[in-house]
Design a protein around this ligand. Sequence first.
Ligand code: 1CP
Length: 340
Amino acid sequence: MIFIDACFAKPTPYTPIWLMRQAGRYLSEYKQTRAKAGSFLNLCKNVSLASEVTLQPVEILDVDAAIVFSDILVLPMEMGLPLAFLAGEGPHFKHTISTLNDVKNLQSGAYKKLDYVYDTLSQVRAHLDKQKALIGFCGSPWTLATYMIEGQGSKTYAKSKSMLYREPQVLKALLESLTEELKLYLEGQIRAGANAVQIFDSWASALECSAYMEFSWHYMKDIAHYIKSKYPHIPVILFPKGIAGYLDKINGDFDVFGVDWGTPMELAKEKLGGKYVLQGNLEPSRLYDRESMEKGVDEIIAIMGKKAGHIFNLGHGMLPDLPRENAIMLVKMLKEKTKR
Ligand code: 1CP
């Protein structure tokens, strides 16, 4: 598989590409399937519909990898926090974590309740082109913890950070239990057919450097090390969003570093290019305009070259109102421009 070869820095016929959040509302096909499912969570839990939306972007865009359709928040949900997706408002947990007792009351063995994710992976792997990779994923302990503590997305992360500085032992207990569940969850995804795994640390940038290393990166590394020691042939991709200033501190046992759009690719290459394959990092909003998109692609190729060591992606997820024609064009353009 071209994508897997690229993750291990082996030469490929062109630079492989996939797009974070490549399944979603910018595709009318997704909206139709989601309507059939009735709700977002029903869609995640319905194996045949979730498989369908996983495969849609592969067929429509011709990307080199599929990412299983699910959400990072199904894991905390299965740890015993009821989850709702409110129309227009995003995810919402009715019960939140604020004390050590709350952490102790979380159910262990959540990874055993996620058969709908494993079954979707198996079904997709059975239908996916042999040359295309299937990516499994999870949220980072820190990013998941912010939703469990705040109850929803946040601008300030006030409750999470207040816990970090006032009662770090409570936050650490939560991060540790998440870490143990996530190791087994990713392992389950690999056994079900995932060819690579990515950990999304979407809210990395909420933390100052020392806090980031101690309360997020430490746990990401622990999960990555666990997977790499048991499954050396499975690439592990880490995507911490918004930590351009901390790249000197990045280390650990993983294969691919996901570069967000706020981190200049030149800087990522200088600091990490010798150690890790880099994935990224086109600013998603460039897809609003074809000329801006092409210019962005050219700039990234000029930095990363056409040799091994790069996987093309956006620097964060697809937005619901981006024109699909430009996403299709992006994939085609990238393959032509990077042909060896
Ligand atoms: O249909 C809808 O209205 C729901 C929109 C939606 C979609 C399409 C949500 C709700 N989740 C998803 C799918 C999803 N989420 C995928 C699918 C696979 C793919 O990439 O095609 C993935 C990988 C995720 C991961 C995810 N969920 C992250 C990490 C990645 C990122 O974008 O930073 C995060 C932070 C979430 C939480 C979440 N789920 C949904 C929303 C709207 C949010 C973000 C809310 C917020 O900003 O706090």
